[in-house]
Design a protein around this ligand. Structure first.
Ligand code: GLN
Length: 286
């Protein structure tokens, strides 16, 4: 056994230092994610075996590459290749938005109303929303729309991974007017649309602004572009009594949209996230 071989524990120690020196806040937990993904083990297993298990030479090289990528600002999830959402791992990488915990609240809200039937997920990205709804509601079918060719590949991989493709039509488009369903046929429209005002994108964290897809972020001048479109078309596609559930960027957007004159829809709810920010809006087709 070579004397310079490293245990997981030793590798962790130096990696935490390197990440912390580079100003990465959660250096310790990020390091554990890297090592766990290299060894394909859970984090609880990691704690048990860290001082006994050694890294191979190739693993050391991979670890160093991961650390370099992270230090240059790439998001952790693109490097390890997945993010957890509603208890399932979603494959992610450059080209698709990384699922966020706030979006789980949006899904939770939608599942309150949606028990079975047809839904549309506009801007599906990784497919996290559509896949979760399909998995949680076995009597449902969905259309997941995505404009980005890279993102739609991630969505396809994730739907296939959870064996949900046969209940989902992946539609490569951004148009809201040519959705391949009959009018007044949907029970739910759900969306986490791009909602960052164009001028504010440059002020986001470098992990987001520099790496996550621009099309997934840019919500036009006031960030409201896609909400206005969704409010406009939702009455065409929703059945009477069907719901429109969207994720909001911030409380101001919620307040503006609450006062928006949405023909054929009635605002049912504005709900807050963990930080007390308006994060979800729900309308019902009258
Ligand atoms: N629906 C995906 C998500 O919520 C992507 C959203 C987006 O690209 N704006 O993560």
């Amino acid at each position: 056994m070579g004397t310079n071989r490293e245990t997981l524990y030793q590798a962790k120690k130096r990696t935490v230092q390197a990440l912390a020196r580079a100003g990465i806040e959660r250096a310790e937990s990020e390091t554990e994610w890297f090592l766990c993904s290299l060894k394909e083990i859970s984090r609880s297993r990691f704690l048990l075996i860290a001082s006994e298990v050694y890294l191979t030479e190739e693993e050391v090289i991979s670890l160093n590459q991961m650390v370099q990528r992270r230090i240059s600002g790439e998001p952790l999830q693109y490097i390890i290749g997945y993010e957890s959402f509603w208890g399932r791992d979603f494959l992610v990488g450059p080209g698709c938005l990384i699922p966020r915990p706030e979006t789980e609240l949006v899904v939770e809200e939608a599942l309150r109303y949606f028990v079975k039937g047809s839904f549309l997920d506009w801007g599906t990205g990784s497919g996290c929303i559509a896949a979760t709804i399909l998995a949680e509601r076995p009597l449902s079918r969905g259309v997941a729309i995505e404009v980005s060719p890279q993102a739609i590949e991630w969505a396809w991989k994730n739907l296939r991974r959870y064996n949900l493709l046969h209940r989902c039509l992946l539609w490569h488009s951004r148009e809201m007017s040519d959705i391949p369903v009959p009018s007044q046929s949907l029970d739910l429209i759900i969306s986490n649309p791009p909602y960052i005002p164009t001028a504010a994108i440059g002020r986001l964290m470098k992990e987001v602004a520099g790496y996550e897809p621009y099309v997934a972020l840019d919500g036009g001048e006031d960030g409201l572009l896609y909400y206005k479109e969704l409010l406009h078309v939702a009455p065409i596609w929703l059945k009477p009594g069907g719901m429109l559930v969207v994720e909001l960027g911030d409380s101001t957007q919620g307040e503006v949209l609450a006062n928006y004159n949405a023909l054929g829809l009635r605002l049912m709810k504005l709900a807050k996230d963990f930080q007390g920010i308006y994060r979800i809006a729900v309308w019902c087709r009258v």
